[in-house]
Design a protein around this ligand. Structure first.
Ligand SMILES: Cc1cc2nc3c(=O)[nH]c(=O)nc-3n(C[C@H](O)[C@H](O)[C@H](O)COP(=O)(O)OP(=O)(O)OC[C@H]3O[C@@H](n4cnc5c(N)ncnc54)[C@H](O)[C@@H]3O)c2cc1C
Length: 494
C-alpha cells in the first residue's frame, strides 16, 4: 500500500470534494472511523473528503496475521466477542458474513492452574461469579471453607456506598479471598493484564456491581440474567457464532476489507506521523504538522479531525491547544505485554490441551500470565497433528519480565510450558511480539476521569477522540468508539 499525498485537493473518486476530515491513527479505531465517515456521507448524500494518516508502514495497529511454517499466526488480537455487536455488525456491513467462523465447540472450556496442575474452570463460572454452585462444590480448586464462603455471597448484605471500587476489593468482599486468588484474579487479569487492586469495577464490570445493587447478590442477579439471556440469545444475531468469533484466514481479513473500502474512496497515507495539532486561524478547522516517509515535515489543513490514538500518543498533540486535556490524556496508564507464539507437534505435548486455554493465578508464582491454545479455538490455525500456542508475558503485574531480550523471554516460556503442560522438543517455530504500552489501565475512578476528559474535549470544535482507552478495551469497543467519533464529526459538519 503506497503512501499517498494528503494535500491532493481532488477527491479520489473524482466526485465533489466536501469538507475534509483527517483521521489520525490507522489501527482498528481509525479505520472504523474513516469507514463510518464514508458510509455516512454515502447515506446522506453529503460528500466528504477523508484522509487517514498512519505513522507506521502498515495499517492495523495491534493486529498481525502471518503465515509461518504452515501455521496461521496471530501476533495481536485473534478474535472478538459477539455479545457486544459492533465488530460483528461491521463485518456484516463489509460483506464478511461468509468469512466469519465460530469457536470449535468441543474445546469450549478454560483451564486454571492449581498447585502447578491445569484444572478445568468450574462450569457456569462467569468471570467472577459462580452461577452454578454444584460444579463449584465438586471442583478441586477450592477448600471446603472457600466453597462455603463463595456460596454465602447469596446471603451477604449489599454495599451501601455507591463509589467506585477495585475488582480486588469487590471480589474478596463478595466471594472471599480464596475465590479471588484462585480464579477471579487470573480470569479477569487475563483480559485486562491489570492489577486487580487498581482495576475499576465501575469501568470494567458494572454489570456485576448492578447485580449486587439491584438483586442484593451477584449470584442471584446473574442467575436472573442467565434466564432472561437464554430467551434473548435465541433471537440474537451473535448467538450463532458462540461468544467469540474470528475470520476464516485470520483477523487481517477485517483490516484488509476496511483498508480496501477506505482506499477506494479516501486517501490513506502510511509512514506519516502527526506531530502537532493547532486550530486554523482563517476558518474553523485544524492545522496538522506531519513527518512523512523520509522524515520530511509538512503541514496539512482540514475541517475536522478524529484523533484515533492511544492516549499517550494523543496527549503531546494537544499540549498547546488544550493543556489540561493533554495532561489528563497523558495520565492514563498503559501496561505492556509480550506474546510468544509457538507451534508444536501434538506428540511433543503431554497435556491433551482439551480447552481454549489456561489462565495462571498470581499465587502460583509463575512467569507467564496465560496460554491460549489458538488452534483449539479456531480451525485452520495449525497443520494436522500440530498445535499453536500463544503465551502471554508481562502485563501490569510483571512488567520487569519484559526488560529481557526476546531470546530470554522465549526461553522462559519454553521452561514454563515444559513444566506446566509437558511441552518438549524443538518447536516448529517461535516468535515474540512485543506490544508496549498497548493495554490502557482502567483504574478506580476511570469513569469519572473519562467523563471529565470528554467534557474538556467537547470544548474543542470539530475534534473527536476515539480509541480503547475510554469506554472499553476490546475490539468491538474500539470499533464503536471510532464509529461514534465519525458520527459526531459528521453531525457537526452537517
Ligand atoms: C496483545 C493484544 C491482544 C489483543 N487481543 C484482543 C482480542 O483478541 N480481541 C479483542 O477484542 N481485543 C484484543 N485486544 C484489544 C484490541 O486489539 C485493541 O483494543 C484495539 O486493537 C485498539 O485499536 P486502536 O486503533 O485504538 O489502537 P492501535 O491498534 O494501537 O492503533 C493506533 C495506531 O496509531 C498509530 N499512531 C500512533 N501515533 C501516531 C501519530 N502520532 N500519527 C499517526 N499515527 C499514529 C499507530 O502506529 C497505530 O497503528 C488486544 C490487545 C493487545 C495489546
Amino acid at each position: 500500500m503506497p503512501p499517498a499525498d494528503p494535500s491532493a485537493s481532488s477527491h479520489p473518486t473524482g466526485g465533489p470534494a466536501g469538507p475534509h476530515v483527517v483521521v489520525i491513527g490507522g489501527g482498528i479505531t481509525g479505520l472504523a472511523a474513516a469507514h463510518r465517515l464514508l458510509e455516512l456521507a454515502a447515506r446522506d448524500s453529503q460528500p466528504v473528503r477523508v484522509t487517514l494518516l498512519e505513522a507506521s508502514g502498515r495499517v492495523g495497529g495491534v493486529f498481525g496475521t502471518r503465515d509461518i511454517a504452515g501455521y496461521r499466526v496471530e501476533t495481536g488480537a485473534d478474535s472478538f466477542i459477539t455479545n457486544k455487536p459492533w465488530a460483528l455488525d461491521l463485518c456484516l456491513r463489509l460483506g464478511l458474513e461468509s468469512r466469519l467462523i465460530p469457536t470449535i465447540a468441543r474445546y469450549r472450556r478454560s483451564l486454571v492452574l492449581h498447585n502447578g496442575r491445569p484444572e478445568p474452570v468450574p462450569e457456569g463460572f462467569q468471570l467472577l461469579t459462580p452461577v452454578k454452585l454444584g460444579p463449584i462444590f465438586r471442583s478441586p480448586l477450592f477448600t471446603w471453607g472457600g466453597k462455603l464462603r463463595m456460596a454465602a455471597e447469596w446471603f451477604l448484605p449489599r454495599r451501601r456506598d455507591e463509589s467506585d471500587e477495585s475488582l480486588g476489593s469487590f471480589a474478596r468482599r463478595r466471594f472471599g479471598t480464596e475465590a479471588f486468588e484462585r480464579i477471579i484474579q487470573p480470569m479477569v487479569g487475563g483480559i485486562y493484564t491489570a492489577d486487580p487492586d487498581k482495576l475499576s469495577m465501575q469501568a470494567t464490570m458494572e454489570r456485576f456491581v448492578a447485580h449486587e445493587r439491584e438483586s442484593g447478590s451477584v449470584i442471584r442477579g446473574m442467575r436472573k440474567e442467565a434466564r432472561a439471556g437464554q430467551i434473548a440469545r435465541d433471537g440474537a444475531s451473535g448467538a450463532r457464532y458462540g461468544l467469540f468469533a474470528s475470520l476464516t484466514t485470520g483477523m487481517q481479513e477485517l483490516i484488509d476489507a476496511l483498508a480496501g473500502r477506505i482506499q477506494a474512496a479516501a486517501t490513506l497515507c502510511l509512514s506519516t506521523r502527526v506531530t502537532s495539532l493547532a486550530r486554523r486561524t482563517d476558518q474553523p478547522g485544524w492545522r496538522l504538522t506531519t513527518t512523512g516517509p523520509e522524515g520530511v515535515p509538512s503541514e496539512l489543513t482540514c475541517d475536522a479531525v478524529v484523533v484515533a490514538l492511544p492516549t499517550h500518543a494523543a496527549s503531546p498533540l494537544l499540549r498547546d491547544v488544550a493543556p489540561n486535556l493533554a495532561q489528563r490524556l497523558g495520565s492514563i496508564e498503559y501496561a505492556s505485554t509480550a506474546i510468544v507464539v509457538s507451534g508444536h507437534k501434538l506428540s511433543d505435548v503431554t497435556h491433551p490441551l482439551d480447552a481454549f486455554g489456561l489462565v495462571i493465578p498470581r499465587i502460583e508464582r509463575r512467569r507467564i500470565l496465560a496460554v491460549s491454545f489458538t488452534s483449539r479455538k479456531f480451525p485452520g490455525r495449525a497443520p494436522e497433528g500440530c498445535v499453536q500456542l500463544r503465551t502471554f508475558v508481562g502485563g501490569a503485574m510483571q512488567p520487569e519480565l519484559l526488560d529481557q531480550s526476546d531470546e530470554a523471554i522465549q526461553s522462559l516460556v519454553r521452561e514454563e510450558l515444559g513444566e506446566i503442560l509437558g511441552v518438549r522438543g524443538t518447536p516448529d517455530f517461535a516468535v515474540v511480539a512485543r506490544w508496549n504500552r498497548s493495554m490502557p489501565q482502567y483504574h478506580v475512578g476511570h469513569v469519572r476521569n473519562i467523563a471529565q476528559l470528554e467534557s474538556e474535549a467537547r470544548e474543542l470544535p470539530r475534534l473527536a477522540l476515539a480509541g480503547n482507552a475510554y469506554h472499553g478495551v476490546g475490539l468491538p469497543d474500539a470499533i464503536h468508539s471510532g464509529e461514534q467519533a465519525a458520527q459526531r464529526i459528521s453531525a457537526e459538519l452537517a
